[in-house]
Write a protein that binds this ligand. Structure first.
Ligand code: NAD
Length: 498
């Protein structure tokens, strides 16, 4: 990567293999855009299958013969802490690149940059406290069980929170002694490329983290079908996840899938309505509405529905859309043109299906030529509509009215997804019922998203397979090995001695 200054984006993003930028290659070149202006800000050199293969070979060598998997855990931990400190020292630069490329408001990106540094320190600690098991119950034998790094990982990440999600994948993978090839989204390569470069200024051995860039259909598919890969950890859409898993399964490689959502946000009649309103707006419009864990189906109890829904619509109309670099901006542009068109298409579809438009609904040209859209609220007559069943992944809230909590729980569960569920209620009984009955990986009660790194995160149903978290990541990124030795020489049946 040629970096003119710390504040400016690179002219061109290339692959980073074996500890160095690879330089010019034969692959295809893509424009990297600033979604706030719709203008190109850099070029991306797509890695073709031969380059992906080279990255995997480097990761393979670093795993099979390099120091990283064999390193004393304290030394590995020191490197991860140095990475944390270096990323923190460059937090401003990384945040600027992320805003420039992903269009996420700057104040929100600052939290994601902090998450990136926390991911490094958290998994350093988890790996350093990994324990084995031992068994002595069988007389005369000692058996012990160790966890070993699993090998070379293909790590694939999406565009909606590139630094936070790519760093989660990389940190949870390498902390346990694995090596990897990371492929971020072709739409948002800038900050992640700089993150990988900074990691290598901290003593990370070459080949431990390799980066390839390009479209999913070219670079992504080449990576997941590489024979040198031992596992695939993927964050992205459900349909893509299905293809990735099928490809990994064909070679019996395990896959970890963090996929889409269409989560319910239940506003019960006894909720603190001011807080519920703030929480519901944050739940859908944070990160420009592009969040897997968005509370995109807002279910409101009938007794409070008229008041709540009219206030929700009014606040939605007042949200400040604009330049993501500005501290006043609450919602920035969507990430790219075809995504904006897709989200607007869902608004049209929802209206055709009988939803009432309460706020927004159109492209927002007032903020400039970027991919801006008005924050949108729709009232849906039925949960069976496509607008209620499919992930829109934009600033589009779909509100519905329910009568009983049982009905709200049934609506929450009437989805092929099961990532998260929010509840706003003062009732312990309601909290317990929702926690017990909603089939989702995380339940947030009286709070917007609060990511507890110590707890598992992932989805039921079409929202994924596996979890990120200390125990679940250790299970995915390590192999178990059982070793048995006799404490005294055991009797051996003398075959063939007669
Ligand atoms: P996507 O599935 O289109 O792409 C994700 C990544 O996969 C990108 O890097 C892409 O280039 C790559 N890819 C695409 N096709 C591929 C293929 N055939 N083989 C290998 N790689 C391929 O998703 P997106 O549009 O980038 O991200 C949005 C989706 O991600 C949403 O559905 C969202 O809910 C989901 N997401 C889930 C979580 C979670 O933790 N559950 C977090 C963030 C985003």
């Amino acid at each position: 990567m040629t970096t003119p200054s710390t504040a400016a984006p690179p002219d061109k993003v290339e692959s980073f293999i074996g500890g160095a930028w690879v330089g010019e290659t034969r692959g295809h070149c893509l424009e990297v855009l600033n979604p706030a202006t719709a203008q190109p800000v850099a070029l991306l050199q797509e890695a073709d299958p031969a380059e992906v293969h080279r990255a995997v070979i480097n990761a393979r060598q670093a795993f099979d013969a390099g120091p990283w998997p064999r390193m004393d855990i304290n030394d590995r931990k020191d490197i991860l802490y140095r990475i944390r400190d270096r990323l923190r020292a460059h937090a401003g630069e990384l945040a600027d690149l992320e805003v420039l490329n992903a269009g996420i408001p700057h104040h929100h990106v600052q939290g994601q940059v902090l998450r990136m540094t926390r991911n490094c320190e958290f998994f350093a600690e988890v790996a350093s406290t990994l324990r084995g098991e031992s068994y002595t119950q069988s007389a005369g034998f000692l058996t012990w069980v160790t966890r070993e790094p699993r090998g070379v990982a293909a790590l694939i990440s999406p565009w909606n929170a590139p630094l936070a999600l790519s760093s989660m994948r990389v940190a949870s993978c390498i902390a346990f002694g694995n090596t990897c090839v990371l492929k971020p989204s072709e739409y948002t390569p800038l900050a992640v490329a700089r993150m990988v470069e900074l990691m290598h200024e901290c003593g990370l051995p070459p080949g431990v983290v390799n980066l390839v860039n390009g479209r999913g259909s070219i670079t992504g598919e080449a990576l997941v079908s590489e024979p040198g890969i031992d596992m695939v950890a993927f964050t992205g859409g459900t349909d893509t996840g299905r293809r990735v898993m099928a490809s990994a399964a064909a070679r019996l490689k395990p896959s970890l899938l963090e996929l889409g959502g269409k989560s319910a946000n239940i506003i019960h009649e006894d909720a603190d309505l001011e807080r519920a309103l703030d929480g519901a707006l944050l739940g859908i419009f944070s990160n420009n509405g592009q969040q897997c864990l968005a509370g995109s189906r807002i279910l409101v109890q009938r007794r409070i529905a008229e008041d709540f829904i009219s206030r929700f619509a009014e606040r939605t109309r007042r949200i400040r859309v604009g330049d993501p670099m500005s501290p006043d901006t609450e919602v920035g542009p969507l990430c790219f043109q075809s995504h904006l068109e897709r989200v607007l298409g869902y608004v049209d579809l929802a209206r055709q299906e009988g939803c009432e438009l309460l706020a927004g609904g159109a492209r927002d040209w007032s903020a400039g030529a970027g991919f801006y859209m008005q924050p949108t609220a729709l009232l849906a007559p039925s949960n069976s509509l496509r607008a209620c069943q499919e992930e829109i992944f934009g600033p589009v809230a779909i509100l519905q009215v329910y009568d009983s909590l049982q009905e709200a729980i049934a609506l929450a569960n009437d989805s092929r997804f099961g990532l998260v569920c929010y509840l706003w209620s003062a009732s312990l009984d309601a909290a317990m019922q929702v926690s017990r009955s909603v089939r989702a990986g995380t339940i947030w009660i009286n709070t917007p998203m609060m990511r507890e790194l110590r707890a598992p995160f992932g989805g039921y149903k079409d929202s994924g397979i596996g979890r990120d978290g200390p125990q679940s990541s250790a299970e995915f990124f390590t192999e178990l090995k059982t070793t048995t030795v006799p404490l005294d020489p055991p009797p051996l049946r003398p075959l063939g001695r007669h």
